[in-house]
Design a protein around this ligand. Structure first.
Ligand code: IMP
Length: 436
């Protein structure tokens, strides 16, 4: 497929990155599913089963957590990159569920041997910390993501390749348990883990997954050299990036486009276009500041109409008006070529739609997100109020058929972020889409 990159211009794109431009849950699953027809490979570069991409298959909604949405297209190769943290049990569960639905999951799914494993002690630590953190609670998904990345960075993590080597795996698990068990028991009053049980379980995972385990970096670079088209699928969103997001209320990986380079071993010159997925309003799950949050009937309306409940945890998402400083920050960090704007139809019923164009923080104006820690109440969002369209946009497939006020809303976003809106999603189904 050809992705429009500027008005009147169409550009052939070999490799494309699809990135969440807010705090996650922007609707990346649908966009990846929609665009992936024209790609040969769909590769994930960070995160784990904290992600949840809802896609529709055979009239059923299915939440993909680890596996790229490309898996629903049997001719695409899906790759779990080295930058990911993988819970083998969750992966096997997902493979099983997909197969039960009739989805082909054979040699079209490969796993990088350098990706790191999540072990049960990571999950236990994640949950125990959250339980005792009080006001400092991050609101994690409780899947062990943070502790698994910590182990990776402290250089004694268990990599996927280690599942195939009984000697290495034994040493590493025994070493990890000797450290984690006392922390779990003494600091948090929790049970520890029996190393032998873990060794047996993880060797078994290795046996089951062996045929999928490969040098993901060599594989993806070989495919690029052969001229295959690769889509890099982001998980979570830019403002959850561990370096550039709203630290410490972030996930533990690099969600920004730079993560593609380290999380797959792909050089920057092989990323030819970046699409940022932006929801027409804002949502966030977990703790942290949210300048445009609506704790009133408007927020409730967005939550209900937009079905804003977590795919992974079922938690109600926090909701608010569109926050342009966030989208601008994303456009800058990811070098967005264009925006895929999702869920515009969720705004159909409002008389007026305020859009945050900047904030005042401690007397200073900010049109990007400040990187220093700011308490929620210190943000004074500056709004421009747009006219609502008060008519259904559900299922519209042609930009010209949108009500004028919706077109104005979209053009305002383009003007303010300097990124063209190339895709507008008007409903959950693939065909409910405007391609400009
Ligand atoms: P963790 O990734 O489970 O450590 O959670 C850290 C923060 O990222 C929490 O605020 C989570 O709610 C948030 N988070 C993680 N994954 C997602 C996602 O896929 N969508 C939205 N928020 C997420």
């Amino acid at each position: 497929m050809v992705i429009p990159s500027a008005p009147g211009m169409r550009k052939h794109v070999q490799n494309l990155a699809v990135i969440g431009a807010q705090w996650g849950d922007e609707g990346k699953g649908k966009i990846v599913d929609l665009l992936c027809e024209s790609y040969d490979v769909v590769a994930r570069y960070q995160g784990g089963h904290n992600a949840g991409h809802t896609v529709k298959f055979a009239d059923q909604h299915f939440a993909l957590r680890l596996i790229p949405s490309g898996i629903l297209h049997p001719d695409k190769l899906c790759l779990l990159g080295n930058g990911m943290v993988i819970d083998p049990d969750a992966l096997l569960d997902e493979i099983g569920k997909l197969r039960a639905l009739g989805v082909h999951v054979e040699d079209n799914l490969k796993i990088s041997d350098s990706a790191h494993c999540i072990l049960p002690y990571h999950k236990a630590l994640d949950l125990a910390r959250e339980e005792t953190a009080g006001k400092a609670k991050i609101g994690t998904t409780g899947r062990g993501i943070g502790p698994a990345y910590e182990t990776k960075v402290s250089r004694y993590g268990i990599r996927i390749a280690d599942l195939l080597d009984a000697v290495v795996l034994r040493d590493k698990i025994e070493f990890a348990c000797a450290e984690k068990n006392p922390v779990l028991k003494t600091v948090y009053g929790k049970e520890g883990f029996d190393p032998q049980t873990l060794i047996e379980a993880y060797l078994r995972y290795g046996e089951i997954l062996a045929d999928r385990i490969t040098n993901g970096t060599v594989l993806v670079n070989q495919l690029i050299r052969e001229g295959k088209k690769v889509m890099f699928e982001g998980a979570q969103g830019t403002l959850l990036d561990v370096d550039h997001g709203t630290y410490p209320y972030v996930t533990s990986s690099n969600t920004v486009v730079g993560g593609v380079c380290t999380g797959l071993g792909v050089a920057p010159k092989h990323i030819h276009e970046v699409i940022g997925v932006v929801k027409a309003y804002t949502t966030r799950v977990g703790g942290g500041s949210f300048p445009t949050e609506l704790e009133n009937e408007h927020g409730e309306h967005l939550r209900k109409r937009g079905n804003e409940f977590g795919t992974v945890t079922g938690r109600p998402r926090r909701t608010g008006w569109l926050d342009l400083p966030i989208v601008r920050t994303s456009a800058m960090l990811n070098g967005l070529d264009s925006i895929a704007l999702t869920k515009i139809d969720v705004l159909d019923d409002f008389d007026e739609i305020p859009v945050c164009t900047a904030y005042k923080v401690r007397g200073e104006n900010w049109n990007t997100y400040p990187s220093f820690a700011v308490e929620h109440q210190e943000y004074q969002p500056q709004y421009r109020t747009m006219k609502g369209w008060k008519t259904s946009t559900v299922g519209i497939t042609n930009f010209d058929k949108l009500p004028q006020a919706a077109k104005d809303y979209i053009r305002f976003i383009e003007d303010e972020t300097e990124a063209k809106v190339s895709i507008v999603s008007t409903g959950p189904r693939r065909e409910e889409t405007i391609l400009r």
